[in-house]
Design a protein around this ligand. Structure first.
Ligand SMILES: Nc1ncnc2c1ncn2[C@@H]1O[C@H](COP(=O)(O)OP(=O)(O)O)[C@@H](O)[C@H]1O
Ligand SMILES: [Mg+2]
Length: 243
């Protein structure tokens, strides 16, 4: 689904970016991207999405831009529009009429527990609900590739866990591919199928491993001894790195 060959990007003004990287990602995988701030994780996502041009090498994706969705830490909702108007926006931008767009959006609003708030405005919602709207808006187009850049970073732990559980369930039914950046090692390993650890400036991948944790990720997995030793392994790699 994604094939990167010598893919790199160097920002001369800051010395940051991504060192040349070779990477292959199969369809249906959830990749977790860990690493300290400034090591090129967001740059990598933008290169994959075609939002930035590579400085060197290439990246190919078998998915068209219309089948990719991006979710950021900040939900970036239109404040003057209702929840439902926000959710149908990508469909409207693709030329779908309102009635059809709502038909498509309603099951997603239902799945994400925001149907009740469909006529509310974003300012009336909690952070967790805003993220639910943002996720519904990202999923309503049935993306084959979902790029999540620290999506849950601004949320309280219980909300994060709840959304993680729900997103993992949705992922299993959607058969899409996810690349998720997170600063939480536990969250990243709990939800992902494969982990990449970035380090340095420009960033390099220093660990790339399949987690082999199976499809289902109950909350109890986070207390499992084998799981905890993975967390420790990643922590050891990340500690002491540049901030
Ligand atoms: N548009 C840009 N211009 C100059 N430097 C940039 C730009 N974007 C990112 N950088 C530099 O590259 C580094 C890596 O950025 P980024 O990919 O956002 O890191 P991460 O997402 O891992 O925190 C940043 O610390 C910054 O110094
Ligand atoms: Mg970033």
């Amino acid at each position: 689904m994604i094939l990167a060959r010598g893919l790199g990007k160097r920002y001369e003004s800051t010395g940051g970016g991504l060192a040349p990287l070779d990477l292959e990602v199969n369809r249906g995988q959830w990749l977790t991207l860990l690493g300290p701030s400034g090591c090129g994780k967001s740059t990598f996502l933008k290169l994959v999405a075609g939002l930035e041009a590579p400085g060197e090498g290439s990246v190919e994706t078998s998915v068209s831009r219309a089948k990719m969705s991006f979710v950021f830490q900040e939900p970036a909702l239109l404040s003057w529009s209702t929840v439902e108007e926000n959710v149908i926006l990508p469909l409207r931008l693709r030329g779908m009429d309102r009635k059809k767009a709502f038909e498509k959006a309603i099951p997603w609003m239902e799945k994400l527990g925001i149907l009740h708030f469909r006529t509310s405005h974003p300012s009336q919602l909690s952070g967790g609900l805003k993220m639910r709207v943002s996720l519904a808006r990202a999923l309503v187009t049935d993306p084959e590739l979902l790029l999540l850049d620290e999506p849950f970073a601004a949320l309280d732990e219980p909300v994060r866990i709840e959304l993680g559980l729900e997103l993992r369930d949705l992922f299993l039914n959607m058969k899409s591919t996810i690349l998720m950046v997170t600063h939480s090692i536990t969250e990243g390993l709990w939800l992902g199928d494969r982990v990449l650890v970035f380090q340095g400036r420009p960033g390099k991948v220093i660990l790339d491993e399949d987690l082999g944790l199976g499809a289902e990720r109950p909350l109890s997995l986070r207390g499992d001894a084998r799981f905890l030793s993975r967390v420790e392994q990643c922590f050891d790699l990340l500690k002491g790195g540049p901030a």
